[in-house]
Design a binder for this molecule. Structure first.
Ligand code: NDP
Length: 340
């Protein structure tokens, strides 16, 4: 039998944690042959709730679950970890400026980066879910000089999946008919879901939907600006729409996207398609090097690779640049706060 893989989940007693842990323990993230040992990190006041979740994990009698440790000690939480899912973050409170939010999260993700550097397994892979995810990942990475930088990633897979679903619904197609969609930039309202390389059942999505390269037209018969007025804002503001409808933020879909991200990272993406992930920029597509920005990516041999050589039209260029500028501004803020 394979040796168990240690998976750390921070903020394990939260909403996303609750939707995530059972799926990790059942083998949906690392596959049906890989046992997992879970390490749950929580702040002291939430440890008891995490213990309750661990009791439920026991009660599932998952054959692949090798054990569950619960701790409020960051160093212990990352001891020997191969997959670190950084979910717990400081939520934006009323009246909080963006700088305050970044500073509060610097206090969480800096020490976690240090603990990963010192205690994690050599093959550690980190996915940051807690917002602002891209910049939190940047902070963690800057505290882990001994870990290869490409092991720090931020989640844009939920945005990707939302875009897939919206596009499929509009085209009357199945999500499996849609290939090569991309989320670019920051996991924020400035993110850019790009349909210009996407295919629907083998045909160019922009042609199927009647969208011109300047973003005008769209959705065939409709004379409104489907791309700019419906698709892009619906994907970018979906989180708010879910809060409005559910009375709570999305949790199961966020957990599902985290499972998808790590699954594909470890086990590979299918031939003939790609996905989206926040990965360190190597300067591709004019994205400043070192930023953790969303790109079209494939996973081969356990590594994310940015899909090279795509043509970027002027419409896409402006939107990618705007989202990347936001990431540059966030990086400047955390630099000036001494967080990186
Ligand atoms: P959730 O589990 O709902 O969310 C956790 C984080 O995920 C938030 O930062 C949230 O961002 C983010 N997120 C990213 N994408 C999405 C998405 N699509 N939909 C919703 N959220 C998304 O939060 P809870 O408050 O229920 O739980 C957080 C837990 O973390 C608490 O139990 C708390 O005790 C713990 N915590 C643990 C820490 C640690 O382990 N050191 C540190 C801080 C907190 P957004 O705020 O923008 O919704």
């Amino acid at each position: 039998a394979k040796a168990p893989v240690t998976v750390t989940v921070t903020g394990a007693a939260g909403q996303i944690g609750y939707a995530l842990l059972f799926r990790v323990a059942s083998g949906q993230m690392l596959g049906p042959d890989t046992p997992v040992r879970l390490k749950l990190l929580e702040i002291p006041q939430a440890v008891k709730a995490a213990e309750g979740t661990a009791m439920e994990l026991d009660d599932c009698a998952f054959p692949l679950l090798d054990g569950v440790d619960i701790t409020d000690d960051t160093n212990r939480a990352f001891d020997g970890t191969s997959v670190a899912l950084l979910v717990g973050a400081r939520p934006r409170a009323k009246g909080m400026e963006r700088g305050d939010l970044l500073e509060a999260n610097g206090g969480i993700f800096g020490p976690q980066g240090t603990a990963i550097n010192e205690h994690a397994a050599d093959d550690v892979r980190v996915l940051v879910v807690g917002n602002p995810a891209n910049t939190n990942a940047l902070i963690a990475r800057s505290h882990a000089p001994d870990v290869p930088p490409e092991r720090f990633t931020a989640m844009t897979r939920l945005d990707h999946n939302r875009a897939l679903s919206q596009l499929a619904a509009k085209a009357g197609a199945s999500v499996t008919d849609i290939k090569k969609l991309t989320i670019w930039g920051n996991h924020s309202a400035t993110q850019y879901p790009d349909i210009f390389h996407a295919e629907i059942a083998g045909k160019k999505a922009a042609d199927v939907l009647g969208v011109a390269p300047d973003g005008s037209g769209g959705a065939a018969a409709d004379d409104h600006q489907w791309l700019t007025e419906e698709f892009i804002p619906t994907v970018a503001k979906r989180g708010a729409a879910i809060i409005e409808a559910r009375g709570a933020s999305s949790a199961a879909s966020a957990a599902n996207a985290a499972i998808d991200h790590v699954h594909d990272w470890v086990l590979g993406t299918p031939e003939g398609d790609w996905t989206s992930a926040g990965v360190p920029s190597d300067g591709s597509y004019g994205v400043a090097e070192g930023l953790i920005s969303s790109f079209p990516v494939v996973s081969r041999h356990g590594r994310w690779e940015i899909v090279p050589g795509l043509e970027i039209n002027d419409f896409s260029r402006a939107r990618i640049d705007a989202s990347v500028q936001e990431l540059i501004d966030e990086r400047e803020t955390v630099r000036s706060l001494g967080l990186i």
